[in-house]
Write a protein that binds this ligand. Structure first.
Ligand code: ZN
Length: 344
C-alpha cells in the first residue's frame, strides 16, 4: 500500500507538468502497480487492486477537469465581425471610435416611445408582401385606378392569386393583419391601438425630396364610438410631444380608398412665425394622410363596422426628422456618409 502512496505523490507532481494531461493514465507507475497484483498473495490481491483502481479514478477525474478547463478557455467569445487590421503581422483590432445610432433609428425610437405612452403597441412591417395586403384588404379591388398611384417594385414570382409580390409602398399593408391579430381586444372592451414604424419602397425618380426607400409610421385605432375628433387630437398630441411645443393643426378633405372620410393633415410650421424654407413660406406643412377606417377594411378583417369604428394614419418619418434637424436632402439617410451620420 505504501507503494501506491508513493506512486500517487509522483503522478500528481508530474500531472502539473504535462502538456497532454491524459498521458498520465499511461504512466509507467500505474502500469507497474497493475503488474504487482498477480504477484501478491491471493488474500491481498482484492484490497490492493481496489486501491489501485481508486488512484486510477482520481487521475481520470483530474484529466477530465483539466480538459474541460482548456475547452472553456478556447470558447471565450470572439467577435468575428470586428474590423481586424489585415496588414498587421499578427491580426489585431483596428482602433475604434464611439459609434452612434442612425438618426432615423433614434427618431423611430422616439416616435414609438411617444405613442407607447398614449397606449399604442408597436408592430413590424414586412419587406415583401402580397397584393391582397397591399390593395384588396384595403378596399382597392382589382382594376381600381388608385392602385396606379402606388408605383412600387414587384417580383417576377407570383403569389397564389397569380399576382406578383410587392415591396410594400406603404405600412398600411399591415392593417388587415393588425385588425385580425388584436381582434380579441375588442371582445375584452379594449381598443386596438397599434403603430407600425417601418420601411417602405417606391419606384421614384430620386431627388432631394424623393428616395426609393423611406420610413412611415402607420397608426391604427379601433374601438366603439371612435370619431374623427379623436384622430385629430391624437395626431396633434403626438406632434406637440415630438416637436416639444404647442402646435395648431388643420385637416382638409382628401381621398384614399381605405378611409372614409379621408383627410390631409397639416400642422403649423414649428420653425417660424412668418414663413421659412421648411414650410415654403406658407406657415403650414402638409404632413400626412389619415381618415376614418373604411367599413370595407373593417369587414375584410372580420370586424362589424356597425359596432366598431376606427381611424388610421400614415406619416413619413424621414420628413419629420428632416424638419426637426433641418436636413436638406433625404438621400443623406441611405448614403452611409460618415460626415453626415457623425452629426447625430
Ligand atoms: Zn416655416
Amino acid at each position: 500500500m505504501e507503494q501506491i502512496e508513493q506512486a500517487r505523490k509522483a503522478l500528481t507532481e508530474r500531472f502539473a507538468e504535462l502538456d497532454v494531461k491524459s498521458n498520465i493514465l499511461k504512466a509507467k507507475e500505474l502500469r507497474e502497480l497493475y503488474g504487482e497484483i498477480p504477484k501478491l498473495p491471493v488474500e491481498q490481491r482484492s484490497a490492493f487492486g481496489q486501491a489501485v483502481n481508486v488512484l486510477k479514478n482520481e487521475l481520470e477525474t483530474m484529466v477530465a477537469a483539466a480538459e474541460a478547463a482548456v475547452e472553456s478557455d478556447s470558447l471565450s467569445p470572439v467577435d468575428v465581425t470586428a474590423p481586424f487590421d489585415i496588414n498587421a503581422t499578427r491580426p489585431k483590432l483596428l482602433p475604434t471610435e464611439q459609434g452612434t445610432t442612425h438618426p432615423l433609428t433614434q427618431e423611430i425610437e422616439r416616435v414609438v416611445e411617444i405613442f407607447g405612452r398614449m397606449g399604442f403597441v408597436a408592430e413590424e412591417s414586412r419587406e415583401i408582401d402580397d397584393q391582397y395586403h397591399m390593395f384588396e384588404s384595403l378596399n382597392f379591388p382589382k382594376g381600381h385606378p388608385a392602385r396606379d398611384d402606388y408605383d412600387t417594385f414587384m417580383t417576377t414570382q407570383a403569389d397564389t392569386d397569380g399576382d406578383p409580390y410587392v415591396a410594400p409602398a406603404h405600412t398600411s399593408t399591415m392593417q388587415n393583419r393588425i385588425l385580425k391579430k388584436y381582434y380579441a381586444n375588442l371582445e375584452n372592451d379594449e381598443a386596438i391601438a397599434v403603430v407600425v414604424p417601418d420601411r417602405v419602397f417606391r419606384n421614384e425618380d430620386l431627388d432631394a425630396r424623393h428616395e426609393h426607400t423611406f420610413y412611415q409610421v402607420e397608426g391604427v385605432y379601433v374601438a366603439k364610438g371612435v370619431h374623427a375628433g379623436m384622430l385629430v387630437a391624437t395626431l396633434q398630441k403626438f406632434l406637440e410631444e415630438y416637436y416639444d411645443r404647442k402646435l395648431k393643426v388643420r385637416v382638409n378633405p382628401f381621398y384614399f380608398p381605405f378611409t372614409e372620410p379621408s383627410f390631409e393633415f397639416a400642422l403649423e410650421c414649428p420653425f417660424c412665425e412668418s414663413g421659412c424654407s421648411v414650410c415654403s413660406q406658407s406657415k403650414w406643412i402638409e404632413l400626412l394622410g389619415c381618415g376614418m377606417i373604411h367599413p370595407n377594411v373593417l369587414k375584410a378583417a372580420g370586424i362589424d363596422p356597425n359596432v366598431y369604428t376606427g381611424f388610421a394614419f400614415g406619416c413619413g418619418i424621414d420628413r419629420l426628422v428632416m424638419m426637426k434637424h433641418n436636413i436638406e436632402d433625404i438621400r443623406h439617410f441611405e448614403s452611409a456618409k460618415l460626415d453626415f451620420l457623425r452629426q447625430f
